[in-house]
Ligand binder design. Sequence first.
Ligand code: COA
Length: 378
Amino acid sequence: MINQSKFNAPALAVEHTSPGLEGVIAAETVLSHVDGAAGRLIVRGHDLEDLADWSFEAVLSLLWRDLAPDALDEESIRSALGRARVNASAVAASLLTATDKLSPVEALRLLLSALADREELPHHILAVAAVPVFTAAIARRRADKAPVEPDAALGQAADFLRMLHGVPAGPNHVKALDTYLVTVADHGLNASTFAARVIASTKAGLFSSVIGGLCALKGPLHGGAPGPVLDMLDAIGEESRIRPWLADALARGERLMGFGHRIYRVRDPRADVLKGAVSALRDKGGRIGFAEAVEAEALAILAEKKPLRPLQTNVEFYTALVLEAVGFPRDSFTNVFAAGRMAGWTAHVLEQDKTGRLIRPQSRYIGPMPEGPSALAG
Ligand code: COA
């Protein structure tokens, strides 16, 4: 006999459908807060602008505090990351040939998948250490160059550039990359962070969770955007063509790459921080000067043609300039984004593991019902 009381239990009330989960609060976090109306990004009690001078390792210490098993300070994290980069490079060496037919982000996905949950180093440290090692090795292989072994004594940004170029980078370049990694370290419950938290909520493990984050980041609607900014600068070509090129693009109904934002309505604080990093890289009359001229003209023409919509420079514009200036190939940009965002993914996975519960929303069924009476009726 069927226990009817089980089937007569009222279903949980589902009030409305929100296809992109807009307006839905799906997690509580101490990690970061995006305030689009005020143009603020708060990371564990600090405005992003106040973190601009911090090292990436110091921001990791901030994000992992009280969540990771050992509370490590900046210096201990620097040393642990150095050791973990050496471990990761052994993984890259054995698998690099398998990445030859893949894009750089697919190659990164493949190499991260080789990290087993039983690795000796704490997973969150190995995950953050591995991305620069893998990204540099993948970029060099695509240029027919052998990987460069990590230097465990260096900071993460300095070693990232050394592994990429094969020679130590100048302090301005190291600082600019460090600032970039800090700037993109965490950004609320964005799509990749949410994906990582959903996987973490099933207790699948840290590597599975952050690889899920990387898969979400791979999409052009999330992590694949800075390349088009450089394509636009290339297409404009020279200063005399800036105004007519931008005017033609807008007249054709096109969008200017690197301007506007869905959430930040007044300013994108990440763009402001990266602008500072870019100005320290100024090359006389070179690419950055040209880009600044394009930016100034673009802001002027957008204010003129779209007076009702405040359109400011966004993070992708300066990301493109920073990453190009420090020598990353354009097709590696998503991987470099992942190198920074891995900080946030690991912290969210640790937080989810500690405080969250299985994430299991509902769907509203809009398909056909079976014909005939229900098997339960009568
Ligand atoms: N260039 C020209 N016009 C733009 C624009 C841009 N970069 N961004 C927005 N607009 C215009 C739209 O054409 C629209 O004008 P209309 O009302 O006359 O049709 C108006 O501003 C509102 O557009 P909307 O689609 O509502 O803006 P959004 O907030 O949804 O879009 C972006 C946000 C980021 C998708 C959009 O600004 C964009 O496409 N930017 C360029 C791509 C880019 O830089 N991406 C990286 C984002 S970090």
